[in-house]
Every structure is written in structure tokens, then in C-alpha cells.
Ligand binder design. Sequence first.
Ligand code: HMG
Length: 388
Amino acid sequence: MSVGIDEISFYTSNYFLDLKHLAETHSIDADKFYQGIGQEKMGMPAPDEDVVTMAANAAFPLIERVGTDAISTVMFATETGIDQSKSAGVYVHRLLGLNANCRVVEMKQACYSATAAIQMACALVARQPEKKVLVIASDVARYDLDTPGEATQGCGAVAMLITANPRLVELDPEVGNYTEDVMDFWRPNYRSTALVDGKYSTKIYLKSLKMAWEHFREVSSLAFTDFQHFCYHLPFTRMAQKAHKHLARVNDSQLTPEELDQQVEDTLLYNRIIGNSYTASMYIGLASLLENCKQNLAGKRIGFFSYGSGCVAEFFSGKIVAGYEKCLHSNKHQTMLEARNAVTYDEYLSLYNDVDPTDGGEHTKAEGTTGRFRLAGISHHKREYIAC
Ligand code: HMG
């Protein structure tokens, strides 16, 4: 019996800022963003959107197909948690009308936690193969204005069904891990924006890739040449291109730079126009590969590198299942991405500055999302979510 990803659906806000406006405001060349970090647009959540509404929007098409009683567990990965105690997934459980016997939990380790959720979901399914686990990753990447990180903001959520005999990706049980206590990126509880040592974070990312890969090679018989495509964690798309060349060097690969680029390029398309969505980022990259690769991917081996600052990293692998192309939500995703609205720099600032009130009063949220679920207000410190 194989275990893995049976279905994948993602969501991002209907607002984005084209990075050329950020470049104009800071009087820098837009190519620093378009080429230097490989980002074109960044998603900005509407005032009535957060990780809960994005997650429910991402998961809705999956629940529509399998039904509300099919899910035994929801694992919600995020580093933009809205409550120190209650799992964001419990709100999603209600919004989606899931069965009261379904367990719900929230996971955290920077951008890595969705991968931890998937591995734990696989273990649950291996033990009880009739169960379906819903893994959701949802995040809003926020940095201080006028910092190098600002251009790498974004928002998005991805929902995946983990089942036995999956229709998309069979995941191999062997994984390579690397953990080290470092301060490359972090967000103390009292801050709404992340702190980051940007250049250092890129170095630690590359070091973790090498270390996780070396561990993977100890436990798996697969070598670099066994993989046709690679999905990397995507803080910005150039990071994946650099990482892939780094891994190729570690393995003395004879592939040309163009051949190496081809192994990652289809994974980058969505993130280039959404931005970093932290926990969701690599899996939106997987959706991008599955939905945009011109070749038939059936039987192809994919290498995954999941990285979460702080840091925990994992290299793992999977094989694409024959017939996968019939189980994708490509049209829905394309329609959503094409229907987004560009915002001006000033509109971006007002979205950026629309932070949650903390006074315990009664606040309604301005309508902005075109999604199915919205945060209608916050009253007496309670978040009020509704389906539109
Ligand atoms: P920066 O100040 O924009 O860096 O910060 P830069 O000045 O070195 O420019 C970036 C690249 O643009 C350089 O290329 C320049 O040459 C090029 P490189 O040397 O890297 O190949 N460039 C140009 N290219 C074309 N035309 C031009 C031009 N000008 C310059 N005119 C940095 C970049 C990534 C540090 C910053 O964006 C940042 O701090 N980002 C946030 C941190 C981050 O994303 N780190 C990634 C690794 S950590 C991670 O992935 C985890 C994370 O997702 C969080 C989590 O796990 O929870 C962040």
C-alpha cells in the first residue's frame, strides 16, 4: 500500500502589488525584484481575510468532493497563528461543516511545519488506511516596510488530502532531516512582522539543504540522478534556482545550468506572482509543477526540500501517479489568479496597516475578499467568521 497526496488545492487573496511599484517608491531598478530575487507580484490579504479564511477557501473544493464526513483529522500548519491557544483549524472545521468526531490540531516550526503535518498524516493513514487526513498550510508573510524582506511578502493557503493509494503523489518513507538552533528568521509573540537576518538566512538554507540531503542519502537508495524534478521551499523563486545548483555541485552533477533550471522552473510559476506563503509555499510550488509541466509526469520521481527557519529542514521524495492530471484543480487556480486586482502602492500601504484591533471592542471588518469565507468582525476579542 502506498500513502501520499491524493488531492491539492490552493488559495490566495484577490489583491496583489506589482513589485515595480515598490521599486518605483524606493527608487530602485524593478529588475532587482523581477530578476534578482525572481519575484513579480506579491499577494496582500484583504482586510477581512486571514489564515483561517484562506485555509477554508483552499480546502473547500476538496470537501465538496469527498464530503464533510470523510475527514478524520485536520492538521493546520501556520506561523501566522491568530490565537496562542485555540487552533485556527477549529474555525475551519466549523466553516467547512466537518464531522464532530474529526480531530483538529495546529502545528508550528516556521515554514517547515506543513511537511511535519504531512509526515504525521502519512503515519496515521499507514496505521488506519481507510482514513483521510486534511493537511492545510496557510500563512501571511509580513516584514517591516522599507526592509530587504519587504519584497518577499505574500499570502496563500494550500490544502492537501493525505490518503492510502493516493491519486497524485506517492511519498517514500525515507526522509533526511537537519535541525540546528539558529536565529536567521523569527517572530516574537509581541510582533506582527518577522525579524530576519536575510543574507544569513539564505546561507543557513543552503547549509541545511546539504545536511538534509546527506542524511537522505544515508537512509534512501535514491541518488541525485534518480530525480526528474525538485520542489524547494520558495521564500522567493531565485532561492530555489540557487539551491538546486548548490545541490547539483554537492553531487558533482554533469547537467548544464539550463538542464538544472528545467528541473525546477515549473515549480516557480505561481510563487513568482503570489510571493512567500511560508508553510504553503513549497506545496503551491508542487501544484505549479503538476498543473504546468508540459511533459507527462507519471512515474517521475520528485525531490522535496522543506525548510523552516530557526531551523528544521527535510529532504524527502515521491513518485507521481499515472492519471494525476485528471485530479487537479488547474482551471480553478488559473481563474482565481487571473481575476486578481492590482493595487497601487498607497492601497498596499492601507492593506498593510490594517492590523487587528486589540482593545476588545466591537469591530466590523471592511469587505474586500472575493473568497467564499470572510472574517466579518472581531468583538470582545472573539473572531467572527462567516461563509459568504
Ligand atoms: P537584498 O538586499 O535584496 O539582496 O536582500 P541583494 O542586494 O543581494 O539583491 C538580491 C539579488 O538581486 C542579488 O543577486 C543582486 O545581485 C540582484 P545574487 O547576488 O543573490 O545572485 N540584483 C539585481 N539583479 C538584476 N537587476 C538588478 C539588480 N540589483 C540587484 N538591477 C534577501 C535579499 C533575500 C536577503 C531579502 O529579500 C530578505 O531578507 N528576504 C527575507 C528572508 C528570506 O527570504 N530568506 C530566504 C531563506 S530563509 C527561508 O526561506 C525561510 C523563510 O521562508 C521563513 C520561514 O521559514 O518561516 C523566510
